[in-house]
Design a binder for this molecule. Structure first.
Ligand SMILES: NC(=O)c1ccc[n+]([C@@H]2O[C@H](COP(=O)([O-])OP(=O)(O)OC[C@H]3O[C@@H](n4cnc5c(N)ncnc54)[C@H](OP(=O)(O)O)[C@@H]3O)[C@@H](O)[C@H]2O)c1
Length: 281
């Protein structure tokens, strides 16, 4: 007798299928992932049984990421309605609600590496691990051209996952570091590392799917350089009124110069996720 299928597809089953799809795309470049009643491709999904609302939302949202062929550069920012990612003093925990934070952990689990700037590394002291969902831990990457990040931060001390500390060529890398930390020097120009070089250096180490997790300066540089495939903006119904900006780029004179990327929206609790596809003109 063939195995009987459950009546409906739930979110946990959908998430586990997405994790396995991501592995099979990464290891065999598969363009189709079949699993039980599910069939996933880069352009969408079908199921032989009805999916419940949560599973449907999750698959609509994340199938394009899990099934993305080849290299992927995705960025995220959690921001207030007025475009702030932290207060003036750098306080940002938490702008977004629990569902958005769970979404962020899912993004981490779907990539090979998570990148943050020296500002976030120093001020937030994050772990960048996957904790709210099941999934693999990404390599944690710090962009620190001047070597200013204190050696006491958790990323450099706690070994839950490897950490890549990218520093400028003038920074001394001879000093000892914890076993899980690799220090790598990259060339710098007046405005820091060339973001395409950063992605190249990561790909050379097998880190082909990358999440740029913040802060605003870092994400803005990758966006402005045109090296991002997608941007997830998680907008919370919150007015901060001042503070650290999310995106801050070179000023434009007229609105016809503004980018109008193809956007999809999803509910994340009380927040709204804008999923911007930057690969299409
Ligand atoms: N809401 C969110 O989603 C979110 C996410 C992350 C962080 N945050 C908040 O954001 C604040 C920090 O963000 P931020 O925008 O001030 O700083 P940031 O983006 O975390 O760090 C900026 C610094 O990182 C280094 N950097 C980034 N890109 C680089 C590149 N291409 N080349 C060389 N160096 C590069 C530079 O270091 P140097 O200055 O040494 O040159 C740069 O000044 C914190 O308050 C944190 O809480 C919020």
């Amino acid at each position: 007798m063939p195995p009987t299928l459950p009546d409906t597809l739930d979110q946990t089953t959908a998430w586990l299928a997405l994790c396995r799809a991501r592995e099979s795309v990464a290891s065999t470049a598969a363009s189709v992932h079949r699993e039980g009643p599910l069939r996933l491709t880069a352009s969408g999904w079908t199921s032989d049984i009805p999916a419940n609302d949560d599973a449907r939302e999750l698959l609509d949202n994340l199938v394009p990421l899990a099934m993305h062929p080849g290299r992927l550069a995705l960025a995220q920012l959690g921001q207030s309605l007025d475009g702030r990612i932290a207060t003036e003093s750098g306080h940002s925990h938490y702008i977004n609600g629990f569902e958005s934070r769970t979404h962020l952990h899912r993004l981490r689990a779907l990539v090979d590496a998570v990148v943050i700037g020296a500002g976030t590394a120093s001020e937030d002291d994050p772990l960048l691990t996957v904790r709210h969902v099941s999934g693999r831990q990404p390599v944690r990457v710090i962009l620190d051209p001047r070597g200013r990040v204190p050696s006491t931060i958790r990323l450099l001390r706690e070994a839950q996952a490897p950490c890549l500390h990218l520093v400028g060529e003038q920074v001394d890398i001879a000093q000892p570091s914890a076993e899980h930390v690799t220090r790598v020097q990259l060339p710098t120009a007046t405005d820091g590392f060339d973001t395409a070089n950063v992605l190249e250096a990561l790909a050379d180490r097998g880190l082909r799917r990358v999440l740029i997790e913040g802060g605003g300066i870092t994400v803005s540089r990758f966006l402005e350089a045109g090296v991002l495939d997608r941007l997830h903006l998680l907008v919370a119904p919150l007015l901060i009124g001042s503070g650290r900006p999310g995106l801050a780029m070179t000023p434009i004179a007229t609105l016809d110069q503004a980018r109008r990327p193809v956007a999809r929206t999803f509910r994340c609790g009380d927040d709204t996720l804008f999923d911007l596809d930057l690969t299409r003109p």
